[in-house]
Design a protein around this ligand. Structure first.
Ligand code: IVH
Length: 736
């Protein structure tokens, strides 16, 4: 690490030190946008402005040049202090002349934008997936099929394939207009992606302006993969643990989560990178196109993109196989995760002639690696007690590296699985990791089994409370049936606020556990009574985190939907889908409580077991007391109320567009809780378009098709059934 201490040195290294990026940003924020000293009719001011413009342009080029030397090539030419000075000069010019803060200004790399929601936009050209092959035979069959499809093509053309690693991140498309980055879209479903332009601008290794003198295409879409390297992934997970937040399962999820942040300051602190590997639409009138994919890759490099390492041409099966084996060998030494090799026909004309099937190109294929295995010792089988009292066996392993990630635990599923594998404590075992960090145990290595190892006996008592466990008929799981088991209570409270429950952002499991362990929280209702002051008395809980915690719960209480509330209660057999069905049918918990088994069973997908379990929930005294506490504190959401004949959105297609007063996700949930199907595109079958501020082209299209347009207020009225639905909708539609 370099030693520079200035603000901008902080920026240069801010993906390792996000808190420093925050400091640095605060310094910029203070400055504001002031144009007061500038009079447009004063020639000396004009001179000053044009001198500033020229200087800013030079600074932008120099800073980006040094940025690239530092972050991409690891070969800095100037000290951090000198870099700081350049950056500061640019910041101060942009302060004085805000119009100089161009789209490609490196000052945009520090984040700062906070978006209300992620907008979606269609790709101009669909982003296809890739077909997979898993063996040399399948690879050869793919290549032969391509050759048969182009009988006229010379053998040499059909024999030259560009090969590079298949990156395990998320695909993204960057649009450059006249060399300047103007838009970034995630792949999404291939047709429509999410707009992540601001977030992508914080990714240090991508050019905000294409390098070199140009000329540049009028418009060009560069596609590639957004990755989190292993090192940043581990650092992020360490930070998550410290903050009591959930760890990410793998770098791909972490990259996706970091990119799709509304607050781009978060993205800026996550150290994402972009590696370019192909093109989307190109508008380059009068410019020569690339004849081969290899030539394209050279141009991408010259423009300042990082490209996947080790890319090369393979001719014929032997070379292709050799390359596959080579990458398999160096795989764990790469700083990021890959899951195979991608082969692309090098000749671009032949690529175009082959075209695409319904889902993938005919000119490119992924040869996937088989999943990684490792051998280690099974130290011990420990038992975890879940929210519903299920006892889950977990393999405690001697730590072993599996694809660059240290693994020390694996899931064992249940008693039958342990018996099927005949696993014993102290066995050497083979483990395999498919995609996530938590691997599977494939089985023991019997040759290495020490003499006299006793078979494993699954415990018949709960390891936490000691009460007898039962394996109910027809179930694979043993359960602790003690409703007061501390483990069951802890898990239920954690579940209440988790993603599967109320989904309270910023209330990490670690803190909930600490509150329970200290005895302050004994039921999910207690969480809502914890004050900021109390929280701050816990070790490592600062004022900001404590404030966030309390705010998040208050927000959740105010905005909870009936679906989330029902899901949060953790009624056995009632997951999110069933919760949605119930919330779409019943007005509130009172109505649900009054429903008998027969009424419940008339609802879609609710059978006697689920109905019985809902009844059992209400018949339990402690649950009724808990519900009364929620009602008293105002956590009492109302649902769609399908039976009431009005206000329902059941089966209706709804689309949200434009800026709404709350995150779009919240609106989506509300709509879904009322039975609506939330869609992303305008079509004839759309029932309602809910338009916020700056609705854009979707509104135009909806109007063209005569679709009912609602503003936010009308939508809420429709949802809560406060107005007659038809009337509210009709009025709004007419008004537009
Ligand atoms: S080329 C038309 N090269 O893997 C072919 N794709 O599972 C364009 N991917 O979504 C893609 N590494 O985005 C190419 N070296 C690489 C890649 C790569 C990863 C992505 C690709 C696709 C996915 C398919």
């Amino acid at each position: 690490m370099r030693t520079g201490q200035g603000t901008l040195a902080l920026l240069r290294t801010s993906w390792q030190y996000p808190e420093k990026a925050v400091q640095a940003r605060a310094i910029f924020a203070e400055t504001g946008n002031r144009m007061d000293q500038l009079s447009l009719f004063n020639t000396s001011a004009q001179d000053e402005h044009s001198r500033a413009a020229a200087r800013a342009a030079k600074l932008r080029r120099d800073i980006e040049h040094h940025n690239r030397l530092y972050h991409q090539l690891d070969a800095p030419e100037i000290t951090d202090e000198a870099f700081d000075a350049l950056f500061r000069e640019l910041v101060s010019l942009e302060e004085r002349f805000p119009d100089l803060r161009t789209l490609d200004s490196p000052t945009r790399r520090v984040g700062g934008a906070v978006l209300p929601y992620l907008e979606t936009r269609p790709h101009r050209e669909r982003m296809y997936g890739l077909d997979n092959v898993f063996s040399a035979e399948e690879w050869e069959a793919f290549v032969q099929k391509a050759s048969r499809a182009l009988p006229e093509a010379p053998a040499a053309v059909m024999n030259a394939w560009w090969a590079d690693p298949k990156l395990d991140g998320l695909a993204c498309e960057l649009s450059y207009e006249n060399g300047v980055l103007v838009q970034a879209l995630t792949r999404g479903d291939g047709e429509v992606g999410e707009v992540v332009t601001e977030a992508m601008r914080t990714v240090r290794n991508l050019p905000l302006r294409l390098a070199g003198e140009g000329p540049f295409p009028r418009r060009i879409e560069i596609r590639g993969e957004v990755l989190m390297f292993r090192r940043e992934f581990e650092e992020l997970n360490n930070r998550q643990t410290k903050l009591g937040q959930k760890r990410f399962a793998n770098p791909r999820n972490a990259a996706a989560g970091s990119l799709r942040q509304l607050d781009t300051n978060v993205t800026a602190g996550r150290g994402l990178r972009f590696l370019a590997y192909s093109l989307g639409e190109v508008e380059a009138p009068g410019m020569a196109d690339w004849r081969t994919h290899s030539a394209l890759m050279s141009s991408l490099k010259a423009w300042g993109f990082d490209i996947p390492p080790e890319g090369r041409i393979c001719r014929g099966l032997d070379e292709a196989r050799g390359y596959y084996e080579h990458l398999g060998q160096i795989r764990d030494d790469l700083p990021f995760e890959i899951d195979g090799v991608v082969y692309k026909l090098d000749d671009r004309e032949a690529q175009a002639a082959l075209g695409f099937t319904a889902r993938a190109p005919r000119f490119a294929v992924a040869w996937k690696f088989t999943s990684r295995k490792a051998e280690t010792r099974l130290r011990k089988i420990s038992i975890q007690v879940g929210r519903t009292g299920v006892l889950t066996p977990v393999a405690e392993l001697d730590p072993v590296s599996l694809g660059g990630v240290m693994v020390s635990r694996a899931t064992l599923h249940n008693e039958d699985e342990i018996r099927r594998l005949d696993l014993r404590e102290n066995d050497m075992v083979i483990i395999q990791r498919a995609g996530d960090v938590i691997p599977d145990v494939l089985g023991p290595v019997l040759e290495k089994r020490p003499e006299g190892l006793p078979s494993y006996e699954f415990p018949h008592v709960c390891p936490v409370c000691g009460s007898p466990a039962r394996r109910l008929e027809g179930e694979a799981a043993w359960r602790c049936l003690n409703m007061a088991c501390p483990a069951v209570i802890m898990r239920s409270i954690v579940h209440f606020v988790s993603k599967a429950g109320l989904d309270v952002d910023g209330v990490g499991a670690k803190w909930v556990e600490a509150l329970i362990e200290s005895g302050r929280v004994k039921s999910p209702a207690d969480l809502f009574t914890v004050t900021k002051q109390e929280l701050m008395s816990y070790e490592r809980m600062g004022e900001v985190s404590a404030g966030n915690f309390v705010d998040a719960l208050r927000q959740a209480k105010e905005h909870a939907t009936l679906t989330r509330f029902i899901a949060a209660l953790g009624i056995r057999q009632v997951g999110e889908q069933t919760a949605r069905t119930l919330a779409g049918h019943f007005h509130d918990m009172d109505e649900l409580e009054r429903a008998g088994v027969e009424e419940l069973m008339q609802l879609p997908d609710i059978g006697p077991e689920v109905a019985g379990s809902i009844r059992a929930f209400f018949e339990t005294e402690s649950n009724r007391i808990l519900l009364e506490r929620f009602r008293a504190m105002g956590l009492w959401p109302e649902g769609g109320g399908q039976e009431r004949g009005d206000g329902t959105l059941s089966g209706r297609k709804v689309l949200f567009t434009g800026t709404l007063s709350r995150p779009r996700d919240e609106f989506r949930r509300m709509a879904e809780a009322a039975g609506a199907n939330v869609v992303s595109g305008v079509s004839k079958t759309l029932d309602y378009l809910v338009a916020g501020d700056k609705p854009g082209s979707k509104l135009d299209k909806a109007r063209e098709l005569g679709i009912t347009v609602l503003d936010e207020e009308a939508f809420l009225a429709l949802l809560t059934g406060k107005n007659d639905a038809g009337e509210a909708a009709g009025k709004q539609g007419g008004q537009e």
